[in-house]
Design a protein around this ligand. Structure first.
Ligand code: UGA
Length: 441
C-alpha cells in the first residue's frame, strides 16, 4: 500500500484516485475548488460517469480516499503524486501547461521525503523533462524527486471500467528507482505494463489518440465517397473490420469526432511537428476532414430546404458522444448556431447535456431564432419540419421510424450517427439522410 496524492479532480485525476483507492492504496485528491471538494466528501462526483460515485462513497467510508484543497499536507509525505490537471488547447494549437507548472511548484515547495511525481495529463513530448527541472529549481527540502510519464487512456462514459481493465499501462521513466516504484503501485491492477523512456511514453499517448482520430477521419472521408459512388459505409466498415490488422473498432463514420481529446491532441501534435520544422501531413488531413464533416448534414439540409427560417427543427443529442454531459467540440456546437442564424425554431433534446448547452444558448429567443429544451423526444418531434441527430443516445435509438412518421409535420431526418436502417425509414416514408449511405428516395 502506498500513500498517493492526486492533483486535479477532473476525468483523469478523480478516476485515477478512486481506482488507486479501490485497489488498496491510500489516496488524497487535491483540487483548488472548495465547493467541489465538499461535494466529493459527500460522495457527489463533479463529473457524470457511471460507477464513479459508488466507488467514491465506498472508498471514502473505508478511509481509503479523501479530498482536500490543502495541497501542502497532501503532498508533504506522499510516496507518489499523480498530476491530472488540464492542458487546454491554446489558439495556435499548442497545449497550455500553466496548470501543470502551478502544481509542480506546489509540489517542490511541499514535499519533505523522497517522492515520485507522475504526470498523467497529456503533455507535449519533452514536457516531463521540463517539469522535473522546474521541481528541482523550486525544491525546498533535500529529497529525491523524479518525474515519470504515465499517460491515461480512459474514454469518457466508461472511465472507471477503462481504468480497472486497461489494455496496457504505459510507464515512462528515466531511472530504475522510478520504474520499480511505479510498477509496484500498478501491481494490484494486474494489467500489462509497457515500460519505456519518458519521451516515448509522452509520444505513445499522442500517437494513439491521433491514430484513432485518423481512423475516424479516414472512414468519414471514405463515407463521403461512398455516397457519391453508391456504396454503403456501414457494409464497407463491417468488411474491413474483420481484418485483424485493421480492427473493427473506431470505424464508425459520422458527424466527426469531438470531445476534449482528439480535437486537442491532433492539433497539439501537428503544432509540435511544426515547431520542429516538420509537416505532419496525415494528422493535418485528419483535422481538415473532421472540420468539414461537422457541418456535412447542415449543408445537405440547406440544399434541400432553401431556408430554416420559422421552421420547427428537432435536435436530438447535444453532447459529443453518449453517456457524458460533455459538450466540448460537439457537432451540436457547430450546427445549432448556424440554424439559429437562419431563424430556426429549435426544440433540443439531450438527457444530460441540455443544462450545459442552455448555459451557452439560453432557452428563448437566440439571435434570429429560438431554442426550447425539452425533456422528451416526442415533444421535440411533434409537428417538426426537420430533425437532426447529433448524438446516438439510447433514448434516441429507441425512437422508431413510425414515431418520426406519425409525429413530424414533414418526416425529414438528418442522422449524423447512422442509427437507423435506410430500408426501415423508407418503409415508413421517412425522408432520411445519413452519413456514407444512400438516402431514401
Ligand atoms: C478518447 C480516447 O478514446 C481515449 O482512449 C483517450 O484516453 C481519451 O480520448 C483521452 O485522451 O483522454 P473520448 O474522447 O472520451 O476518449 O471518447 P471516444 O469514445 O474516443 O470518442 C471521441 C469522439 O470520436 C466522439 O465524438 C465519438 O463520437 C467519435 N467517434 C468514435 C466516431 O465518430 N467514430 C467512431 O468509430 C468512434
Amino acid at each position: 500500500m502506498y500513500k498517493i496524492a492526486v492533483a486535479g479532480t477532473g476525468y483523469v485525476g478523480l478516476v485515477a484516485g478512486v481506482c488507486f483507492a479501490e485497489v488498496g492504496h491510500k489516496v488524497t485528491c487535491v483540487d483548488i475548488d472548495e465547493m467541489k471538494v465538499e461535494k466529493m466528501k459527500k460522495g457527489v462526483s463533479p463529473i457524470y460517469e457511471s460507477e464513479l460515485e459508488e466507488l467514491m462513497q465506498k472508498n471514502y467510508k473505508a478511509g481509503k480516499i479523501d479530498y482536500t484543497t490543502d495541497f501542502k499536507t497532501a503532498y508533504r509525505d506522499a510516496d507518489a503524486i499523480f498530476i491530472g490537471v488540464g492542458t487546454p488547447e491554446q489558439p495556435d494549437g499548442s497545449a497550455n501547461l500553466s496548470y501543470i507548472a502551478t502544481v509542480a511548484r506546489q509540489i517542490a515547495e511541499s514535499i519533505t521525503k523522497d517522492c515520485l511525481v507522475v504526470v498523467k495529463s497529456t503533455v507535449p513530448v519533452g514536457t516531463n523533462d521540463k517539469v522535473e527541472q522546474f521541481i528541482h529549481d523550486f525544491l525546498v527540502n533535500d529529497v529525491r524527486v523524479e518525474v515519470a510519464s504515465n499517460p491515461e487512456f480512459l474514454a469518457q462514459g466508461s472511465a472507471v471500467h477503462d481504468t480497472l481493465n486497461a489494455e496496457r499501462i504505459i510507464i515512462g521513466t528515466e531511472s530504475e528507482w522510478a520504474k520499480n516504484l511505479l510498477t509496484k503501485i500498478y501491481e494490484p491492477f494486474q494489467l500489462p505494463i509497457v515500460s519505456v523512456n519518458r519521451r516515448s511514453a509522452e509520444m505513445i499517448k499522442y500517437a494513439s489518440n491521433d491514430f484513432l482520430a485518423l481512423k475516424i477521419s479516414y472512414m468519414n472521408d471514405i463515407a463521403n465517397l461512398c455516397e457519391l459512388v453508391g456504396a454503403d459505409i456501414q457494409d464497407v466498415a463491417k468488411g474491413m473490420g474483420y481484418d485483424k490488422r485493421i480492427g473493427g473498432k473506431f470505424l464508425n463514420a459520422g458527424i466527426g469526432y469531438g470531445g476534449s481529446c482528439f480535437p486537442k491532441d491532433t492539433k497539439a501534435l501537428e503544432y509540435l511537428a511544426r515547431q520542429n520544422g516538420y509537416e505532419l501531413k496525415t494528422v493535418k488531413a485528419a483535422i481538415d476532414v473532421n472540420k468539414d464533416q461537422k457541418t456535412m448534414l447542415y449543408k445537405k439540409a440547406s440544399k434541400r430546404l432553401i431556408t430554416f427560417n420559422g421552421l420547427k427543427v428537432a435536435v436530438l443529442g447535444l453532447t459529443f458522444k453518449p453517456n457524458t454531459d460533455d459538450l466540448r467540440e460537439a457537432a451540436s456546437l457547430e450546427n445549432v448556431p448556424l440554424l439559429l442564424e437562419q431563424g430556426a425554431d429549435i426544440y433540443a433534446y439531450d438527457p444530460v447535456g441540455a443544462e450545459n448547452f442552455a448555459r451557452l444558448y439560453p432557452q428563448g429567443k437566440n439571435g434570429n431564432g429560438h431554442i426550447t429544451y425539452v425533456s422528451n423526444i416526442e415533444t421535440a418531434l411533434e409537428d417538426a419540419n426537420v430533425c437532426f441527430i447529433f448524438t446516438e443516445w439510447g433514448q434516441v435509438k429507441a425512437i422508431t421510424p413510425e414515431i418520426y412518421k406519425n409525429l413530424m409535420r414533414t418526416p425529414l431526418v438528418y442522422d449524423g450517427r447512422n442509427i437507423y436502417h435506410v430500408e426501415e425509414m423508407q418503409d415508413q416514408d421517412v425522408e432520411y439522410y445519413s452519413i456514407g449511405r444512400k438516402p431514401t428516395n
